[in-house]
Write a protein that binds this ligand. Structure first.
Ligand SMILES: [Zn+2]
Length: 475
């Protein structure tokens, strides 16, 4: 529902066209001003009548009732059996034991009494505009050099749909890799109902420095396009953040490290990118807008700058030392480890890139274990797009559990904990009264086998069933 200039009131598919499209910033005549004032009175009257309709029970949306065999609500540490979830419109109205549940008359019943029900899942590190960087298809560079923007948008549309099909009802998509503000457009298309997809939190272009992002390795005479917005100096850094926030970024994404290689003593070395002053300018600007900064950082100097500069989330964090873990705990920094891609496709072992790939994997596991043990706020993220979108998104759960995270903790990292990083606590990532009705279900017990999360068979987003291969009524 828009209320800034003109009024659009969305309720149950009723839409009143804005009576006035005039932008007040462009100036207006007295006549126009009077017409606008009358339009506003009309708007107010309309809004009041819609509110009155909502208050009247006879016009309340038909309730949907989900019978949940087992409910993992995203926040509690123990599952509950035989729960009844009442949904009205796009919100959860109540959750109760089936013994004392009141089923509203005329409610549509969805029988998931043999299934495990969870809140819609949240992946907090994706790239819907990347497609797996298959070298056979030209790798990363082909995305930028060969693909028309419309092709990239079409493939991003498919990626968004795939995520929803797999039960991921929210994504934090952390940069478009050269596709500009395409993520803002896809988000609008989803929100307006043109295409199916998860709720999107978008980071738009991302920010790095000269020498700090692809495309690279071309003749220096060529002015190659870059997969991120390149800045040098705090003034340019702040300006880039302002531009991106102005054009719809929900988060700002920065690269604090770029290249990495095996050092003299066999250690992982990561090239730092933004200086502390540059990062501080971005963080200060972004926090002023009430938004947060996600920082790609592996380890060493870049990671230290990321933490000293006030990054809200560390992405990847391959090589966290004890000091970094202590600082993350002290500052309440979120950690999105994206384990899967580092165990995915390695270059041949006898090449420098292959040795680097193996070292990255070797340092990431102990780093992650250390963070779990210390109680760092770990959030589920996959780097899908770096991994092909044809792969199961939920494969990350198995890695997290393999590396020492209890299954319930892993589930909460993709539900209530992610919601709180996104400032959506109580609204998403939880099955509880007042939350948006984002609900998924699967057969079996994911606390025994987290791999089952790769087989979500029921998906509801915003109170609407998107897929149902599970409930008795679906067969
Ligand atoms: Zn990424």
């Amino acid at each position: 529902m828009r209320s800034a200039h003109g009024c659009i009131v969305h309720r149950e598919g009723i839409e009143s066209l804005p009576p006035n499209h005039h932008d007040p910033d462009l100036g207006e005549s007295l006549g126009e001003a009077i017409v606008k004032k009358m339009s506003w009175m009309f708007c107010l009257a309309l809004a009041a009548s819609v509110a009155a309709q909502e208050a009247s029970p006879s016009n309340a949306p038909t309730a949907i009732v989900i019978r949940a065999g087992t409910l993992i609500d995203g926040k509690s540490d123990t599952p509950r059996q035989n729960q009844v979830i009442v949904i009205r419109g796009n919100r959860i109205e109540s959750v109760s034991d089936s013994a004392n549940a009141k089923i509203p008359t005329g409610a549509k019943i969805i029988d998931l009494s043999k299934a495990t029900v969870l809140p819609g899942l949240i992946d907090s590190h994706t790239h819907i505009f990347l497609q797996g960087e298959d070298p056979a298809e030209g790798g990363y560079d082909a995305n930028i050099l060969n693909a028309p923007l419309a092709l990239r948008a079409a493939r991003a549309t498919v990626a968004a749909r795939r995520a929803l099909e797999q039960g991921f009802t929210t994504l934090r998509d952390v940069e478009t890799e050269g596709a500009g503000y395409g993520d803002v457009g896809i988000k609008q298309a989803i929100d307006r109902g043109y295409i199916p997809g998860p709720r999107l939190f978008v980071a738009t272009r991302a920010i790095s420095t000269t020498g700090g992002y692809m495309l690279e390795g071309y003749a220096p005479e060529l002015n190659m396009p870059k997969g991120a917005q390149i800045v040098d100096g705090p003034v340019e850094a702040r300006k880039a953040a302002r531009e991106q926030l102005d054009h719809g970024a929900d988060w700002i994404k920065v690269y604090m490290t770029h290249r990495s290689w095996v050092g003299k003593n066999g250690e992982l070395v990561s090239q730092p990118t933004l200086t502390l002053e540059e990062l501080k300018a971005i963080v200060d600007e972004t926090h002023g807008w009430g938004k947060k900064v996600a920082c790609h950082a592996y380890g060493g100097i870049g990671l230290r700058r990321a933490l000293d500069g006030g990054c809200d989330s560390i992405e990847h964090g391959l090589d966290l030392d004890d000091a970094a873990v202590a600082q993350m705990l002290k500052q309440g920094t979120w950690y999105v480890p994206t384990l899967s891609p580092y165990y995915y496709a390695w270059e041949p072992a006898d090449t420098p890139a292959g040795q680097r790939d193996r070292l990255r994997a070797a340092v990431h596991e102990p780093s992650f274990r250390k963070a779990v043990k210390a109680g760092v706020k770990i959030v589920f993220g996959t780097d899908m797009g770096g991994i092909p979108w044809t792969d199961p998104i939920a494969q990350e759960f198995s890695r997290m559990v393999e590396f020492g995270m209890p299954p319930m903790d892993a589930i909460q990292s993709a539900t209530s904990r992610a919601a709180s990083m996104l400032d959506m606590e109580g609204k998403i990532g939880v099955v509880a009264p007042g939350a948006f009705a984002d609900v998924v279900a699967l057969s079996g017990d994911p606390l025994r086998d987290v791999k089952l999360l790769e087989k979500v068979d029921f998906v509801m987003k915003d109170g609407k069933v998107f897929r149902d291969d599970l409930s008795a009524g679906s067969r």
